[in-house]
Design a protein around this ligand. Structure first.
Ligand code: NAP
Length: 316
């Protein structure tokens, strides 16, 4: 089995940034970019305009940004594998990384596999229907797009993300409706109050969206009251899923500590160290709070520096 000093698993802003830093430190990183698990580049590959990544005053598309990240990490000697990691064996050192086709041992690992925004299988919202044509899972990324301006927007969910995203969308929307399946929000009291008191936010309690309709973009939603089963068609310019994220940690098979939501736990605050020495975590896989490209990139840089220092400390 071929040996590598450092293997990075995951190819979003966190993984590519970790690769840029570790390649420049002559660690010759190998980066598993994923294949069936989703496009190389991660969640930004399904985002259109990115207007909040510093350095691009005119904005840049998600795929263009990720292409630039990838090129920059390749320039310094990163080896890429368009392949998913199926499992890892962390019981002994060096660690084993088992890909779909390849197998390696590694002294250090950086896990940057991200998280997947949960979606609901509502008719009209699927890929090939209105997904990314007014239906998205990230208000902060997509909310400022012209198609959402001065429209009635619908946010599905009742947690902190839903109220935060709804409040954010009030900057652009005519009105924002939070569609929540129960009659009480899960979000913290302070955030809930902010949404409840906002003149442009209305909460549709005990409600679900059963269908999204539109020609080229979202035009209307059918909202059902789950108690009365009554349905109502309402004009809509956008639908935002805010029902949580699922960190991509299955392949670790619980060999690294995760919290109850599945996020990797950072064992030493202010670092990227996980419960397993030599295994570092960066990006959304360890971040339930910020989840932005820039914070992911920042933690990718931290993971590369942590890994480099750890390798030196261990004489590896
Ligand atoms: P969350 O707390 O898990 O809330 C998910 C929401 O989606 C819940 O209200 C849930 O309804 C609803 N939901 C889940 N599955 C659904 C389904 N199949 N159909 C309809 N509704 C469904 O997720 P989150 O809001 O993304 O927050 C995740 C974590 O990040 C939390 O710890 C949160 O505090 C934190 N966060 C913090 C901030 C902040 O402090 N600024 C901002 C965002 C997130 P039920 O309530 O009925 O279960």
């Amino acid at each position: 089995m071929e040996h590598k000093k450092l293997i990075i698993i995951g190819s979003g802003p966190a993984g590519y940034t970790a690769a840029i830093y570790s390649a420049r430190a002559n660690l010759n990183p190998l980066l598993y970019e994923g294949f069936f698990s989703g496009p190389a580049g991660g969640q930004l590959m399904t985002t259109t305009d990115v207007e909040n990544f510093p350095g691009f005053p005119e904005g840049i598309t998600g795929p263009e940004l990720m292409d630039a990240f990838r090129k920059q990490s390749g320039k310094f000697g990163t080896t890429f594998l368009r392949e998913d990691v199926e499992s890892v064996d962390l019981s002994n050192h060096p660690f084993k990384v088992i890909g779909k086709k390849t197998r390696y041992t590694a002294d250090a690992l950086i896990i940057a596999t991200g998280a997947t925004a949960k979606k609901l299988d509502i008719p009209g919202t699927r890929e090939g229907e209105l997904w990314q044509k007014g239906v998205t899972a990230c208000a902060i990324c997509d909310g400022a797009m012209p198609i959402f301006r001065n429209k009635d927007l619908y946010v599905i969910g009742g947690g902190d993300s839903a109220v935060e995203e709804a409040t954010f969308l009030t900057k652009y929307a005519k009105k924002v409706y939070i569609v929540h399946r129960r009659n009480e929000l899960r979000a913290s009291k302070i955030m809930s109050q902010r949404a409840i008191n906002h003149p442009k936010v209305e909460i549709l309690w005990d409600s679900v969206i059963v269908e999204v309709k539109g020609d080229k973009v979202v035009g209307s939603v059918i909202v059902q009251n789950v108690k009365t089963k009554e349905e109502e068609t309402r004009e809509a310019g956008g639908v935002f899923f805010a029902i949580g994220h699922r960190p991509n940690t299955d392949f670790l098979n619980e060999q690294v500590e995760i919290n109850e939501q599945g996020y990797l736990i950072i064992s030493k605050p202010g670092t990227t160290c996980t419960s397993r020495e030599g295994v570092f975590a960066a990006g959304d896989v360890q971040d339930p709070t910020y989840r932005q490209a820039i914070t992911a990139a920042g933690s990718g840089c931290m993971a590369a520096l942590d890994a480099e220092r750890w390798l030196i400390e261990k004489g590896l």
